[in-house]
Ligand binder design. Sequence first.
Ligand SMILES: Cc1ncc(C[n+]2csc(CCOP(=O)(O)OP(=O)(O)O)c2C)c(N)n1
Length: 670
Amino acid sequence: MAEILNMKEEVAELSRRDLANAVRALAMDAVEKANSGHPGMPMGMADVATVLFTQFVKFDAAHPDWPDRDRFVLSAGHGSMLLYALLYLLGYPGLDLGELKNFRQLGSKTAGHPEYGHAPGIETTTGPLGQGLANGVGMALAERLLNHRHGDGICNHFTYVLAGDGCLMEGISHEAISLAGHLRLGKLIVLFDDNHVSIDGPTDLSVSDRQLDRFRASGWHVTGVDGHDAGAVAVAIANARNVSDQPSLIACRTVIGFGAPNKQGSAATHGAPLGSDEIAAARKELHWPHPPFEIPAAVLEAWRAAGSRGRPAYEAWLAATEKLTDGETGRLVDPIDADVRAAIKGAVEEAKSQFVSEAPKLATRVSSNKVLEKLVPVIPGLVGGSADLTGSNGTLTSQQRAIRADDFSGSYIYYGVREHAMAAAMNGMALHGGIVPYGGTFLVFTDYCRPALRLSALMGKRVIYVMTHDSIGLGEDGPTHQPVEHLASLRAMPNLYVMRPCDAVECAECWELALTRKDGPTVLALSRQGLETVRREQVNKNLSAHGAYLLRETKGERDVTLIATGSEVSLAVAARDVLGQEGIEAAVVSMPCWELFEAQPESYRQAVLGPRPRIGVEAAVAFGWEKWLGEGGAFIGMSTFGASAPAGALFDHFGITAEAVAEAARQAVR
Ligand SMILES: Cc1ncc(C[n+]2csc(CCOP(=O)(O)OP(=O)(O)O)c2C)c(N)n1
């Protein structure tokens, strides 16, 4: 009897090796064919990935968008062939052999690093190291929030992250690990490819951290295993799944490039094709005689069987959703459907009419908070937060409660001073579905969020960045805190909306636009200082939707156009009044969002901008403004860093005043 059992185990072990070797072969062959890529990590982690996907991950390849699937994040995105090989072998739609043969080529779904949206099963875009790990924290958090709301039958899944030495060396890993430990995200399991090698060579060239202790210190459950011992890996994963109140790290000791007899264990396998001789040697070493891109039928069949393993669980989930309305089921993916959109519109119109009738002088960070008070009750999936600047950012409303490790009923996250992880976790939540995340810090600290913000834009995810203290107008905190180049640098980023509302009414409109945008992130740049309400007329239409519009028209023929954003719009309005008394007809254009304005038809843009001359005014650098101002235009703004003083004194000192705008206009029309 014991003998029979042993035999069975042997067979199982043999076929498991075959399954893993299929991944190895596809990785080394695709990299060879592309003549670029990273074979080492996929070959080293093939055993771990095989155990994970054949025994643990809950998914159904035929239904890759199943909202309650386990998430798998390849944080070490350079090992993209691991993911592509798995998706092909498991039978996900979209990645056939042709795509693998086209690895890294123009138009293929198999980009150099995994890109979200290229094929089902790619849960997030990775490559910038450490981002995926922090995305995983956001996904695991989203899972807990939806679990609390809907129960185990609807949302109850794991998030697995595969991270390498590089991910763990990145600073973002500290923020992400710390946040996950604090929130005790027990359904987050990180598989660390502990291969002691990165690009420059052995990791002991540059790092001596005791990684396991580091995770332990942040409250994680930690184990280490031989990453080529499938049984040990399985036990470690099973144990990690049983720990419900701590995230888990499994350090999998592996050999990079496993199976390439002369190169394995060395940085030579990290990021270059192995070469035909070494590949031939690896085929021998691995007992894998099959030609490139050929997977024996029995091996493929076994993988495909693993790909449909989750079907009964998927069907059980479908049955469980019968207790939800269609709307609720849909909102597990996109929380802003037609009904919620209508509710947002209603809430924004209500806020606008209140602002118009009261005409308050409010900082836009405060009007943003007032708008949020109306939005929070109508958007069940809205989850706010701030990186330790809650009161300053105005991100918390009276109706929200904090999310805590022992209570996921809230909808507000105290991210702590972790801007980078906040941004990346928001990406994770948006990617997970069911959640619309917004998070705040000072605009100047978009620099601390930037790598994640860039990925929000690249992936086209709806993440809302509430960035307050948007200019020298923040005053006494001085130049370290005063953004000067940030608007320009954010506007340079494709697919990011940068919105700088001029008053409470525009602020409400910008919130509506950010929330109803489906295909990308928005930065709301909000003032610290009070701003007059310049929108005094009741208009239900969202004027900010055009990006820019005529705020004050001229009575007669236009002599000059004053174009401003945010807090400087009121300066332009004041300048216009002065100019009017002198017989100079000045129109004022409010331009809360360049990107939306750029998308308008040429005729609309010309009508708004009017004939030259044009004067731009923004308490920031001029970079980029030339496209609106053209020949003969002038810009009133910043050309240096700011200074520490009260806001009023700074605007005078740097010459950003109504008088300066008026004078520039006089010069221009002369
Ligand atoms: C933020 C960032 N910095 C640098 C790189 C370039 N890079 C890609 S992989 C890598 C080394 C990663 O080492 P490791 O995680 O150990 O991967 P392995 O060598 O095991 O494949 C580096 C520096 C990157 N992708 N992202």
